[in-house]
Design a protein around this ligand. Structure first.
Ligand code: MSP
Length: 472
Protein backbone atom coordinates (compact mmCIF):
# COMPACT_ATOMS: atom_id res chain seq x y z
CA UNK A 1 0.00 0.00 0.00
CA UNK A 2 1.50 3.33 -0.92
CA UNK A 3 1.74 5.98 1.78
CA UNK A 4 0.72 9.57 1.64
CA UNK A 5 1.78 12.23 4.14
CA UNK A 6 -0.24 15.40 3.87
CA UNK A 7 0.16 18.51 6.05
CA UNK A 8 -1.47 21.87 6.72
CA UNK A 9 0.43 24.73 8.33
CA UNK A 10 0.17 24.71 12.09
CA UNK A 11 -1.97 27.68 12.99
CA UNK A 12 -0.96 30.49 15.33
CA UNK A 13 -2.91 30.56 18.56
CA UNK A 14 -2.86 34.34 18.87
CA UNK A 15 -6.52 34.58 17.85
CA UNK A 16 -9.64 32.55 17.12
CA UNK A 17 -9.85 30.42 13.97
CA UNK A 18 -11.73 31.88 11.00
CA UNK A 19 -12.84 30.80 7.52
CA UNK A 20 -9.29 31.28 6.16
CA UNK A 21 -7.93 28.55 8.45
CA UNK A 22 -11.00 26.41 7.79
CA UNK A 23 -10.27 26.70 4.07
CA UNK A 24 -6.83 25.09 4.27
CA UNK A 25 -7.98 22.36 6.63
CA UNK A 26 -10.97 21.53 4.42
CA UNK A 27 -8.90 21.44 1.23
CA UNK A 28 -6.39 19.16 2.95
CA UNK A 29 -9.19 16.93 4.18
CA UNK A 30 -10.65 16.63 0.68
CA UNK A 31 -7.24 15.49 -0.55
CA UNK A 32 -6.79 13.12 2.40
CA UNK A 33 -10.16 11.50 1.76
CA UNK A 34 -9.49 11.22 -1.97
CA UNK A 35 -6.18 9.46 -1.36
CA UNK A 36 -7.67 7.11 1.22
CA UNK A 37 -10.49 6.36 -1.17
CA UNK A 38 -7.84 5.48 -3.76
CA UNK A 39 -6.44 2.88 -1.38
CA UNK A 40 -3.43 4.76 -0.05
CA UNK A 41 -2.34 4.79 3.57
CA UNK A 42 -2.73 8.45 4.43
CA UNK A 43 -1.34 10.38 7.36
CA UNK A 44 -2.95 13.78 7.58
CA UNK A 45 -1.32 16.20 10.00
CA UNK A 46 -2.46 19.54 11.35
CA UNK A 47 -2.07 21.43 14.63
CA UNK A 48 -1.10 24.67 16.33
CA UNK A 49 1.98 26.90 16.48
CA UNK A 50 2.20 28.17 20.03
CA UNK A 51 5.57 29.75 20.82
CA UNK A 52 7.20 33.12 20.13
CA UNK A 53 6.65 36.80 20.72
CA UNK A 54 3.38 36.97 18.81
CA UNK A 55 1.71 34.43 21.10
CA UNK A 56 3.36 35.80 24.25
CA UNK A 57 2.00 39.27 23.40
CA UNK A 58 -1.49 37.95 22.68
CA UNK A 59 -1.48 36.11 26.01
CA UNK A 60 -0.37 39.21 27.84
CA UNK A 61 -3.13 41.25 26.21
CA UNK A 62 -5.62 38.60 27.33
CA UNK A 63 -4.19 38.66 30.87
CA UNK A 64 -3.16 35.01 30.79
CA UNK A 65 0.07 33.07 30.87
CA UNK A 66 1.25 32.02 27.41
CA UNK A 67 0.53 28.38 28.24
CA UNK A 68 -3.00 29.03 29.51
CA UNK A 69 -3.66 31.16 26.45
CA UNK A 70 -2.27 28.54 24.08
CA UNK A 71 -4.31 25.77 25.75
CA UNK A 72 -7.50 27.75 25.31
CA UNK A 73 -6.94 28.75 21.68
CA UNK A 74 -5.43 25.45 20.59
CA UNK A 75 -8.52 23.65 21.81
CA UNK A 76 -10.63 25.93 19.60
CA UNK A 77 -8.61 25.01 16.53
CA UNK A 78 -8.90 21.37 17.43
CA UNK A 79 -12.66 21.71 17.91
CA UNK A 80 -12.99 23.51 14.59
CA UNK A 81 -11.35 20.52 12.89
CA UNK A 82 -14.02 18.27 14.39
CA UNK A 83 -16.84 20.51 13.20
CA UNK A 84 -15.31 20.62 9.73
CA UNK A 85 -15.32 16.80 9.63
CA UNK A 86 -11.55 16.87 9.16
CA UNK A 87 -10.03 13.41 9.37
CA UNK A 88 -6.57 14.45 10.52
CA UNK A 89 -4.63 11.57 12.05
CA UNK A 90 -2.85 13.73 14.56
CA UNK A 91 -3.08 17.24 15.97
CA UNK A 92 0.34 18.52 16.97
CA UNK A 93 0.97 21.33 19.43
CA UNK A 94 4.42 22.87 19.52
CA UNK A 95 4.10 22.95 23.31
CA UNK A 96 4.02 19.13 23.36
CA UNK A 97 7.11 18.13 25.35
CA UNK A 98 8.00 15.43 22.80
CA UNK A 99 8.05 18.05 20.06
CA UNK A 100 10.37 20.29 22.09
CA UNK A 101 12.77 17.44 22.77
CA UNK A 102 12.93 16.54 19.06
CA UNK A 103 13.47 20.17 18.05
CA UNK A 104 16.43 20.31 20.41
CA UNK A 105 17.84 17.13 18.90
CA UNK A 106 17.45 18.52 15.38
CA UNK A 107 19.13 21.78 16.35
CA UNK A 108 22.00 19.85 17.82
CA UNK A 109 22.27 17.98 14.52
CA UNK A 110 22.56 21.29 12.63
CA UNK A 111 25.11 22.53 15.15
CA UNK A 112 27.17 19.36 14.79
CA UNK A 113 27.19 19.65 11.02
CA UNK A 114 28.83 23.08 11.33
CA UNK A 115 25.93 25.11 9.95
CA UNK A 116 25.41 27.21 13.06
CA UNK A 117 27.48 30.14 14.32
CA UNK A 118 26.97 33.02 16.72
CA UNK A 119 26.60 36.55 15.47
CA UNK A 120 24.73 39.74 16.00
CA UNK A 121 21.90 41.04 13.95
CA UNK A 122 19.83 44.15 13.60
CA UNK A 123 16.82 44.38 11.35
CA UNK A 124 13.23 45.41 10.86
CA UNK A 125 11.00 42.88 12.56
CA UNK A 126 7.30 42.20 12.05
CA UNK A 127 5.91 40.33 15.03
CA UNK A 128 2.76 39.33 13.14
CA UNK A 129 4.98 37.53 10.59
CA UNK A 130 7.64 36.62 13.15
CA UNK A 131 10.17 37.61 10.49
CA UNK A 132 12.83 40.17 9.64
CA UNK A 133 12.56 42.34 6.54
CA UNK A 134 15.12 44.20 4.48
CA UNK A 135 14.53 47.91 4.22
CA UNK A 136 13.86 47.48 0.48
CA UNK A 137 11.07 44.95 1.05
CA UNK A 138 9.06 47.25 3.30
CA UNK A 139 6.13 49.31 2.12
CA UNK A 140 6.04 53.10 2.21
CA UNK A 141 6.21 54.31 5.83
CA UNK A 142 8.17 51.22 6.99
CA UNK A 143 5.19 48.92 6.96
CA UNK A 144 5.27 45.13 6.78
CA UNK A 145 4.37 44.15 3.18
CA UNK A 146 1.97 41.45 4.42
CA UNK A 147 0.31 43.03 7.44
CA UNK A 148 0.80 46.70 6.53
CA UNK A 149 1.70 47.36 10.12
CA UNK A 150 4.77 49.23 11.39
CA UNK A 151 7.83 47.05 11.85
CA UNK A 152 10.26 47.53 14.72
CA UNK A 153 14.03 47.64 14.83
CA UNK A 154 15.37 44.60 16.66
CA UNK A 155 18.98 43.97 17.56
CA UNK A 156 20.23 40.78 19.13
CA UNK A 157 23.15 38.47 19.61
CA UNK A 158 21.85 35.23 18.18
CA UNK A 159 22.69 31.90 16.73
CA UNK A 160 22.68 31.85 12.96
CA UNK A 161 22.03 29.19 10.37
CA UNK A 162 24.22 29.30 7.26
CA UNK A 163 21.29 29.51 4.86
CA UNK A 164 23.47 31.32 2.30
CA UNK A 165 25.58 28.19 1.93
CA UNK A 166 22.56 26.27 0.62
CA UNK A 167 21.98 28.38 -2.48
CA UNK A 168 23.40 25.88 -4.97
CA UNK A 169 21.79 22.86 -3.38
CA UNK A 170 18.43 24.60 -3.35
CA UNK A 171 18.77 25.60 -7.00
CA UNK A 172 19.72 22.00 -7.84
CA UNK A 173 16.51 20.86 -6.10
CA UNK A 174 14.50 23.31 -8.21
CA UNK A 175 16.24 22.11 -11.39
CA UNK A 176 15.67 18.45 -10.66
CA UNK A 177 12.04 18.82 -9.68
CA UNK A 178 10.18 21.37 -11.76
CA UNK A 179 6.93 20.65 -9.94
CA UNK A 180 8.11 20.53 -6.37
CA UNK A 181 6.34 23.82 -5.77
CA UNK A 182 2.96 24.24 -7.47
CA UNK A 183 1.50 26.24 -9.12
CA UNK A 184 4.29 27.24 -11.49
CA UNK A 185 4.07 30.95 -10.65
CA UNK A 186 4.92 30.16 -7.02
CA UNK A 187 7.76 27.90 -8.07
CA UNK A 188 9.17 30.79 -10.11
CA UNK A 189 8.68 33.22 -7.25
CA UNK A 190 10.49 30.97 -4.76
CA UNK A 191 13.27 30.28 -7.21
CA UNK A 192 13.82 33.99 -7.71
CA UNK A 193 14.16 34.42 -3.93
CA UNK A 194 17.01 31.91 -3.97
CA UNK A 195 18.67 33.34 -7.06
CA UNK A 196 18.38 36.84 -5.60
CA UNK A 197 20.72 35.79 -2.79
CA UNK A 198 20.05 34.34 0.63
CA UNK A 199 21.05 35.85 3.91
CA UNK A 200 21.90 33.66 6.86
CA UNK A 201 19.00 33.14 9.21
CA UNK A 202 18.89 34.08 12.86
CA UNK A 203 17.50 30.95 14.49
CA UNK A 204 17.36 31.94 18.16
CA UNK A 205 16.06 34.73 20.34
CA UNK A 206 17.50 36.05 23.59
CA UNK A 207 14.84 38.62 24.45
CA UNK A 208 11.94 36.23 24.85
CA UNK A 209 11.65 33.05 26.84
CA UNK A 210 8.40 31.56 25.47
CA UNK A 211 9.92 28.83 23.33
CA UNK A 212 12.16 25.79 23.14
CA UNK A 213 15.56 26.25 24.77
CA UNK A 214 18.60 26.11 22.52
CA UNK A 215 20.39 22.91 23.65
CA UNK A 216 23.85 24.45 24.04
CA UNK A 217 22.71 27.91 25.19
CA UNK A 218 19.95 28.02 27.82
CA UNK A 219 19.81 31.82 27.57
CA UNK A 220 18.20 31.56 24.15
CA UNK A 221 15.07 30.02 22.71
CA UNK A 222 14.72 28.60 19.22
CA UNK A 223 13.27 31.02 16.65
CA UNK A 224 9.57 30.23 16.43
CA UNK A 225 9.61 29.50 12.68
CA UNK A 226 12.33 26.87 13.05
CA UNK A 227 10.45 25.36 15.98
CA UNK A 228 7.25 25.37 13.91
CA UNK A 229 8.64 24.01 10.64
CA UNK A 230 10.14 21.03 12.40
CA UNK A 231 6.64 19.98 13.55
CA UNK A 232 6.14 18.10 10.30
CA UNK A 233 8.99 15.79 11.28
CA UNK A 234 8.61 15.67 15.06
CA UNK A 235 4.92 14.71 14.79
CA UNK A 236 5.91 11.42 13.19
CA UNK A 237 8.28 10.63 16.06
CA UNK A 238 5.44 10.47 18.60
CA UNK A 239 2.08 11.00 16.88
CA UNK A 240 2.02 8.32 14.20
CA UNK A 241 2.36 5.13 16.16
CA UNK A 242 5.23 2.73 15.89
CA UNK A 243 7.39 3.29 12.84
CA UNK A 244 5.70 6.62 12.13
CA UNK A 245 8.80 7.69 10.20
CA UNK A 246 7.74 5.39 7.38
CA UNK A 247 5.52 8.23 6.19
CA UNK A 248 8.47 10.57 5.59
CA UNK A 249 8.93 12.57 3.34
CA UNK A 250 5.68 14.57 3.05
CA UNK A 251 3.89 13.94 -0.24
CA UNK A 252 2.05 17.23 -0.12
CA UNK A 253 2.36 20.28 2.08
CA UNK A 254 -0.51 22.67 1.69
CA UNK A 255 -0.60 26.37 2.61
CA UNK A 256 -1.37 29.86 1.34
CA UNK A 257 1.20 32.06 -0.35
CA UNK A 258 1.92 34.12 2.80
CA UNK A 259 4.35 31.46 4.01
CA UNK A 260 5.90 30.43 0.70
CA UNK A 261 9.44 31.54 1.56
CA UNK A 262 9.47 29.61 4.82
CA UNK A 263 8.38 26.39 3.15
CA UNK A 264 9.99 26.61 -0.28
CA UNK A 265 13.35 28.12 0.71
CA UNK A 266 14.13 27.88 4.44
CA UNK A 267 12.46 24.54 5.18
CA UNK A 268 14.30 22.43 2.58
CA UNK A 269 17.61 24.02 3.64
CA UNK A 270 16.97 23.16 7.30
CA UNK A 271 16.26 19.57 6.30
CA UNK A 272 19.39 19.38 4.16
CA UNK A 273 21.40 20.62 7.13
CA UNK A 274 19.96 17.80 9.23
CA UNK A 275 20.55 15.23 6.49
CA UNK A 276 16.81 14.61 6.11
CA UNK A 277 15.03 14.03 2.82
CA UNK A 278 13.05 17.05 1.60
CA UNK A 279 9.27 16.99 0.90
CA UNK A 280 7.98 15.79 -2.46
CA UNK A 281 5.65 18.68 -3.15
CA UNK A 282 4.54 22.01 -1.74
CA UNK A 283 1.15 23.24 -2.97
CA UNK A 284 0.29 26.90 -2.57
CA UNK A 285 -3.31 28.03 -2.62
CA UNK A 286 -4.74 31.53 -2.79
CA UNK A 287 -6.40 33.70 -0.21
CA UNK A 288 -9.98 33.67 0.89
CA UNK A 289 -10.93 37.32 0.46
CA UNK A 290 -13.64 39.32 2.10
CA UNK A 291 -14.35 42.76 0.70
CA UNK A 292 -11.36 42.47 -1.66
CA UNK A 293 -8.83 41.77 1.08
CA UNK A 294 -7.29 38.69 2.58
CA UNK A 295 -9.37 37.53 5.49
CA UNK A 296 -7.15 38.01 8.54
CA UNK A 297 -7.08 39.12 12.13
CA UNK A 298 -5.01 42.16 11.17
CA UNK A 299 -7.50 43.46 8.60
CA UNK A 300 -10.39 42.51 10.88
CA UNK A 301 -12.57 41.27 7.96
CA UNK A 302 -13.10 37.87 9.52
CA UNK A 303 -15.90 35.48 8.76
CA UNK A 304 -16.92 33.14 11.55
CA UNK A 305 -17.64 29.75 9.92
CA UNK A 306 -20.02 28.55 12.62
CA UNK A 307 -23.19 30.45 11.62
CA UNK A 308 -22.86 29.11 8.06
CA UNK A 309 -22.37 25.59 9.33
CA UNK A 310 -25.43 25.98 11.58
CA UNK A 311 -27.61 27.19 8.72
CA UNK A 312 -26.43 25.09 5.78
CA UNK A 313 -24.47 22.19 7.30
CA UNK A 314 -20.76 21.52 7.13
CA UNK A 315 -20.93 19.78 3.75
CA UNK A 316 -22.30 22.91 2.11
CA UNK A 317 -19.37 24.96 3.45
CA UNK A 318 -16.87 22.37 2.24
CA UNK A 319 -18.47 22.29 -1.20
CA UNK A 320 -18.76 26.06 -1.47
CA UNK A 321 -15.11 26.71 -0.61
CA UNK A 322 -13.83 24.00 -2.95
CA UNK A 323 -15.97 25.18 -5.83
CA UNK A 324 -16.07 28.96 -5.43
CA UNK A 325 -12.41 29.67 -4.76
CA UNK A 326 -10.47 28.46 -7.79
CA UNK A 327 -7.76 26.36 -6.20
CA UNK A 328 -4.44 28.22 -6.37
CA UNK A 329 -6.08 31.62 -6.87
CA UNK A 330 -7.65 34.17 -4.55
CA UNK A 331 -11.42 34.07 -4.26
CA UNK A 332 -14.14 35.91 -2.44
CA UNK A 333 -16.29 34.51 0.32
CA UNK A 334 -19.76 36.01 0.32
CA UNK A 335 -22.99 35.08 2.03
CA UNK A 336 -24.92 35.67 -1.23
CA UNK A 337 -22.54 33.50 -3.24
CA UNK A 338 -22.84 30.78 -0.64
CA UNK A 339 -26.61 30.86 -0.72
CA UNK A 340 -26.69 30.84 -4.53
CA UNK A 341 -24.51 27.75 -4.82
CA UNK A 342 -26.35 26.03 -2.02
CA UNK A 343 -29.75 26.55 -3.61
CA UNK A 344 -28.81 26.27 -7.28
CA UNK A 345 -26.34 23.40 -7.15
CA UNK A 346 -26.60 21.40 -3.96
CA UNK A 347 -30.33 21.59 -3.35
CA UNK A 348 -31.62 21.75 -6.95
CA UNK A 349 -29.14 19.93 -9.13
CA UNK A 350 -27.91 17.20 -6.77
CA UNK A 351 -30.46 17.00 -3.93
CA UNK A 352 -33.57 17.12 -6.11
CA UNK A 353 -32.15 14.66 -8.60
CA UNK A 354 -31.46 12.22 -5.82
CA UNK A 355 -34.87 12.69 -4.20
CA UNK A 356 -36.73 12.31 -7.47
CA UNK A 357 -34.77 9.22 -8.43
CA UNK A 358 -35.27 7.53 -5.08
CA UNK A 359 -38.97 8.46 -5.10
CA UNK A 360 -39.51 7.05 -8.60
CA UNK A 361 -37.72 3.81 -7.78
CA UNK A 362 -40.01 3.57 -4.76
CA UNK A 363 -43.17 4.34 -6.67
CA UNK A 364 -42.59 2.41 -9.88
CA UNK A 365 -40.36 -0.47 -8.74
CA UNK A 366 -41.15 -0.98 -5.05
CA UNK A 367 -37.82 0.45 -3.99
CA UNK A 368 -35.61 -1.98 -5.89
CA UNK A 369 -33.13 -0.64 -8.42
CA UNK A 370 -33.83 -2.52 -11.67
CA UNK A 371 -31.04 -4.58 -13.28
CA UNK A 372 -28.89 -3.11 -16.05
CA UNK A 373 -29.89 -4.26 -19.54
CA UNK A 374 -26.75 -2.71 -20.96
CA UNK A 375 -28.73 -0.36 -23.17
CA UNK A 376 -26.99 2.75 -21.81
CA UNK A 377 -23.41 1.90 -22.77
CA UNK A 378 -22.77 5.49 -23.85
CA UNK A 379 -23.66 6.76 -20.40
CA UNK A 380 -21.41 4.17 -18.77
CA UNK A 381 -18.57 5.50 -20.95
CA UNK A 382 -19.35 9.03 -19.87
CA UNK A 383 -19.22 7.99 -16.20
CA UNK A 384 -15.85 6.31 -16.78
CA UNK A 385 -14.44 9.39 -18.45
CA UNK A 386 -15.62 11.61 -15.59
CA UNK A 387 -13.90 9.28 -13.12
CA UNK A 388 -10.69 9.57 -15.14
CA UNK A 389 -11.00 13.36 -15.33
CA UNK A 390 -11.56 13.68 -11.57
CA UNK A 391 -8.56 11.47 -10.84
CA UNK A 392 -6.40 13.53 -13.19
CA UNK A 393 -7.56 16.76 -11.55
CA UNK A 394 -6.66 15.38 -8.12
CA UNK A 395 -3.27 14.24 -9.39
CA UNK A 396 -2.59 17.84 -10.36
CA UNK A 397 -3.94 19.02 -6.97
CA UNK A 398 -6.67 20.94 -8.76
CA UNK A 399 -9.49 20.59 -6.27
CA UNK A 400 -11.82 23.02 -8.01
CA UNK A 401 -11.47 21.25 -11.33
CA UNK A 402 -12.16 17.92 -9.63
CA UNK A 403 -15.53 19.13 -8.36
CA UNK A 404 -16.32 20.78 -11.70
CA UNK A 405 -15.71 17.49 -13.49
CA UNK A 406 -18.11 15.75 -11.10
CA UNK A 407 -20.68 18.40 -11.83
CA UNK A 408 -20.53 17.57 -15.53
CA UNK A 409 -22.05 14.23 -14.56
CA UNK A 410 -24.62 15.78 -12.23
CA UNK A 411 -25.85 17.96 -15.11
CA UNK A 412 -25.80 15.05 -17.53
CA UNK A 413 -28.07 13.09 -15.18
CA UNK A 414 -30.43 16.04 -14.83
CA UNK A 415 -30.76 16.12 -18.62
CA UNK A 416 -31.27 12.37 -18.66
CA UNK A 417 -34.21 12.52 -16.30
CA UNK A 418 -35.92 15.14 -18.47
CA UNK A 419 -35.19 13.28 -21.73
CA UNK A 420 -36.40 9.90 -20.52
CA UNK A 421 -39.31 11.26 -18.49
CA UNK A 422 -39.81 8.10 -16.41
CA UNK A 423 -43.25 9.40 -15.31
CA UNK A 424 -44.40 9.11 -18.93
CA UNK A 425 -42.80 5.69 -19.45
CA UNK A 426 -44.54 4.47 -16.29
CA UNK A 427 -47.94 5.01 -17.90
CA UNK A 428 -47.21 2.61 -20.74
CA UNK A 429 -46.73 -1.10 -19.79
CA UNK A 430 -45.09 -1.76 -23.19
CA UNK A 431 -42.23 0.50 -22.20
CA UNK A 432 -41.40 -1.25 -18.90
CA UNK A 433 -37.91 -2.22 -20.12
CA UNK A 434 -37.17 1.40 -21.01
CA UNK A 435 -38.35 2.50 -17.59
CA UNK A 436 -36.14 -0.11 -15.93
CA UNK A 437 -33.13 1.10 -17.84
CA UNK A 438 -33.82 4.78 -17.11
CA UNK A 439 -34.14 4.11 -13.39
CA UNK A 440 -31.04 1.95 -13.36
CA UNK A 441 -29.00 4.59 -15.21
CA UNK A 442 -30.09 7.35 -12.86
CA UNK A 443 -29.33 5.26 -9.76
CA UNK A 444 -26.00 4.13 -11.14
CA UNK A 445 -25.03 7.65 -12.22
CA UNK A 446 -25.96 8.99 -8.79
CA UNK A 447 -23.96 6.24 -7.13
CA UNK A 448 -20.89 7.32 -9.12
CA UNK A 449 -21.51 10.99 -8.35
CA UNK A 450 -21.89 10.27 -4.65
CA UNK A 451 -18.70 8.21 -4.46
CA UNK A 452 -16.79 10.93 -6.33
CA UNK A 453 -18.28 13.73 -4.24
CA UNK A 454 -17.64 11.94 -0.96
CA UNK A 455 -14.29 13.63 -0.23
CA UNK A 456 -16.06 17.00 -0.57
CA UNK A 457 -19.31 16.22 1.24
CA UNK A 458 -18.79 13.02 3.21
CA UNK A 459 -21.92 13.05 5.37
CA UNK A 460 -24.34 13.95 2.56
CA UNK A 461 -22.84 11.43 0.18
CA UNK A 462 -23.03 8.64 2.71
CA UNK A 463 -26.72 9.44 3.20
CA UNK A 464 -27.21 9.53 -0.57
CA UNK A 465 -25.55 6.14 -0.99
CA UNK A 466 -27.66 4.67 1.77
CA UNK A 467 -30.81 6.03 0.08
CA UNK A 468 -29.69 4.26 -3.12
CA UNK A 469 -29.38 1.00 -1.21
CA UNK A 470 -25.58 1.08 -1.23
CA UNK A 471 -23.28 0.35 1.66
CA UNK A 472 -21.61 3.75 2.20
N1 MSP B 1 2.10 29.47 12.30
C1 MSP B 1 2.39 29.81 10.96
C2 MSP B 1 2.58 28.57 10.11
C3 MSP B 1 3.65 27.64 10.58
S1 MSP B 1 3.73 26.20 9.60
C4 MSP B 1 5.15 25.49 10.04
C5 MSP B 1 1.24 30.61 10.39
N2 MSP B 1 0.07 30.49 11.01
S2 MSP B 1 -1.31 31.22 10.56
O1 MSP B 1 -2.25 30.95 11.62
O2 MSP B 1 -1.08 32.57 10.23
O3 MSP B 1 -1.79 30.41 9.33
C6 MSP B 1 -1.43 30.76 8.03
C7 MSP B 1 -2.12 29.80 7.11
O4 MSP B 1 -3.53 29.76 7.40
C8 MSP B 1 -2.05 30.19 5.65
O5 MSP B 1 -0.85 29.78 5.01
C9 MSP B 1 -3.26 29.46 5.11
O6 MSP B 1 -2.98 28.09 5.02
C10 MSP B 1 -4.28 29.69 6.21
N3 MSP B 1 -4.99 30.94 6.04
C11 MSP B 1 -5.10 31.95 6.96
N4 MSP B 1 -5.88 32.93 6.43
C12 MSP B 1 -6.25 32.59 5.17
C13 MSP B 1 -7.00 33.20 4.16
N5 MSP B 1 -7.59 34.37 4.33
N6 MSP B 1 -7.10 32.54 2.99
C14 MSP B 1 -6.50 31.34 2.76
N7 MSP B 1 -5.79 30.74 3.68
C15 MSP B 1 -5.70 31.31 4.92
O7 MSP B 1 1.43 31.27 9.38
Amino acid sequence: MSRYLLTTPIYYVNAEPHVGHAYTTIMADILARHHRQSGEEVFFLTGTDEHGAKIAQAAEAAGRTPKAHADELSSKFRALGGVLDATNDFFIRTTDPQHGAEVRALLQRMHDSGDIYSGSYGGWYCTACEAFYNEGDLEEGRLCPIHRRPVEWLEEDNWFFRLSAYRDRLLALYDERPDWVIPQARYNEARRMIEGGLEDLSISRSQIDWGVQVPWDPQQVVYVWVDALFNYWTALTYGAGEDGMRFWPPDLQLMAKDILKFHAVIWPALLMACGIEVPRRVAIHGYVLKGGEKMSKTTGNLVDPFPFIDTYGIDALRYYLAREIRFGEDGTFSAEGFDARYTGELANEYGNLLNRTVAMIGRYRDGTVPADSGADAALADEVASVVAAVTAAFDGVDITRAVEEIWVLVRRLNRLVEERAPWTLAKDPDRAAELDQALFSLAEGLRAVSVLLWPFMPGSCERALAALGQDP
